[in-house]
Write a protein that binds this ligand. Structure first.
Ligand SMILES: C[S@@+](CC[C@H](N)C(=O)[O-])C[C@H]1O[C@@H](n2cnc3c(N)ncnc32)[C@H](O)[C@@H]1O
Length: 200
């Protein structure tokens, strides 16, 4: 008996084809994509953002959960990739694809969902958190599951992962996306529920 893969939304399939045509191999996996769709669907009327559009696979997953009154903004520094991605969303005015550095996103904040996938995650983690609205969801993928606390990567404590998981402004957890990859999912605490709440 042959196994079948769960079908992906048509626009995700189109973005995957665009990635193949461009030789781009850093698109998110379907497992992460379904998490993105869920996050977007949880925020009707929200602003959904992505840093690092690539060829638009993650964007298409976010789009698949996007409510009619929500909007989606994503940024890619590679103009050719941004162009390929933009071609997939010309029919939907809710989607804006920016070309340039991820900090272009700042003028669209605060975000109800932020898939931080190209710029920000490593170089400006506190700014990434500041860009979230209260209750805003942050998704970071491409981690290697660690059975340890504090989490380790290649033998050393993973300070970046620890930063997000223990940040006083976040409720954060790590979820397996495949047996050998994980994602961080976090919600920004409303103000007033800061580090003091950790002791309760
Ligand atoms: C992991 S790939 C993105 C994959 C995409 N989010 C997806 O899920 O299909 C990272 C992308 O971020 C872009 N990138 C890296 N640093 C960036 C920056 N500072 N500003 C904007 N884009 C950046 C890279 O060109 C690359 O296309």
């Amino acid at each position: 008996m042959t196994t079948q893969e769960r079908p992906v939304p048509p626009r995700v399939a189109a973005a995957q084809r665009a990635a193949a045509e461009a030789g781009f191999r850093k698109s998110c996996t379907p497992e992460v994509g379904r998490l993105l769709a869920l996050a977007a669907a949880a925020k009707p009327g929200g602003v959904v953002a992505e840093s690092g559009t690539g060829s638009g696979v993650g964007t298409a997953w976010l789009h698949s959960g996007l409510a009619a009154d929500a909007r989606l903004v994503t940024v890619e520094r590679d103009p050719e990739l941004a162009r390929r991605a933009a071609a997939l969303f010309t029919d939907d005015p809710r989607v804006q694809i920016l070309t340039g550095d991820w900090r272009l996103l700042e003028q669209h904040a605060p975000f109800d969902v932020f898939f931080c996938d190209g710029g920000g995650k490593r170089d400006a983690p506190d700014l990434v958190i500041d860009l979230l609205s209260p209750g805003g969801l942050l998704v970071l993928d491409d981690f290697t599951p660690s059975p340890d606390w504090p989490p380790r990567f290649e033998g050393a404590v993973d300070d970046l992962r620890l930063h997000y998981l223990t940040h006083p402004s976040l409720d954060a957890t790590e979820v397996l996306t495949t047996p050998d990859s994980s994602a961080l999912v976090a919600a920004r605490r409303p103000s007033g529920r800061g580090s003091a709440a950790l002791s309760s």
